[in-house]
Design a protein around this ligand. Sequence first.
Ligand code: THU
Length: 136
Amino acid sequence: MDASLKALFDAADRAAQKAYAPYSNFSVGAAIRTPSAHIITGCNVENAAYPAGTCAEAGAIAAMVAQGETKISEIAIVGLKSNPCYPCGACRQRIFEFSDAATRVHVRDGATGEAVTHSIDALLPHAFGPRDLGID
Ligand code: THU
């Protein structure tokens, strides 16, 4: 793994350490790199009212948008306990909203620690997205 991807995974690891996951005990971290080379992270934040909990990717995307950025160049997702930690269906949709064909989604192979990389199209084929509503 090259240094830039390692930096992204390191940021995701640090975010996972901060996760608030007392119910599932499954901590997740996500780190987004934007075209302006910023790294923006998120972690899952659970809630006693279970459906109110939020995923790591959702937190990272919300922070990215709050910082005025709307493009994901690449995103790394890690679980503290178990890898690979693939984005859930709803998070694939969230990532798609801010992706293009070049966006890379990285998870970590649980055995080797190496990155496994996919396009968002591979993870969410035939996606419904902004284009369907006339927004490019
Ligand atoms: N989780 C994420 O943060 N991202 C995913 O894509 C998969 C699931 C979280 C949600 C919940 O807090 C815990 O992992 C167990 O589902």
